[in-house]
Design a protein around this ligand. Sequence first.
Ligand code: ADP
Length: 251
Amino acid sequence: MDAQTPLVTFEDVTFSYGPTTAVEHVSFTVEPGDFVALIGPNGSGKTTLLKLALGLERPQHGRVLLFGQEIDQFKEWHRIGYVPQQASAFKVRFPATVGEVVSYGEYRGFDPLAIFRTGISPAVEGALHTVDMWEYRQRLVSELSTGQQQRLLIARALVHQPALLMLDEPTAGVDVAGQDQFYTLLRQLCRDQGTTVLLVSHDVGVVLHEATKVVCINRTLVFHGSAQEVTDADLSRLYGFSVDLIIHRHQ
Ligand code: ADP
């Protein structure tokens, strides 16, 4: 793989859940250093594309490459960090601290002893500092605000210093200040550490402001290009109504 190899490649990908075609003939790439926003209305196939990129589903047609490799051959999963939708993330049934939850991100595969390990490794400490949560390391996860929980999930995804960070609608339920902090963090990761970001979002106005590239999906690909080039007409085609106001409200 050379420096220009795309980190994610969708090549004419079609995927159906039984009779429901979720994505159809979709092709696009995520290049190193990009901050890509994947946008589209509810049910347009965004989460399905992430599942395909994480190898959780296989396309019926076309192919998905990660770091230039066929996904079936890809083994370097530590190079990818994944931040799930916050609501589905914390099903922790025991009183875990911030430090412990981020530490679980360090162990790959099933590690029955993980919860008994004590101490915080330098990698975990670094990840907690990156998201500005170091001082919360002894705090119980159940005592965190929604925005703090979301930063915790990002810290967990950052423990392996991934080259590619994929996030699924991560700002749902996070207040405006928390969102601001979140986008600042993503910008810093992308600009200062060269982390490539693929962000699924419903928040069109904000992501057009933050992302360098945009993928608009509505089962088929509506637009793929630089965030500056996406037009009101593309967005109206995507959402089926004028989104003029939504974009300008955030500028
Ligand atoms: P988005 O993330 O953009 O809201 P999804 O990728 O979740 O969209 O869904 C795309 C389409 O696939 C929708 O029509 C949805 O109802 C359907 N779908 C998603 N998951 C499943 C599933 N597990 N079984 C059947 N249909 C599904």
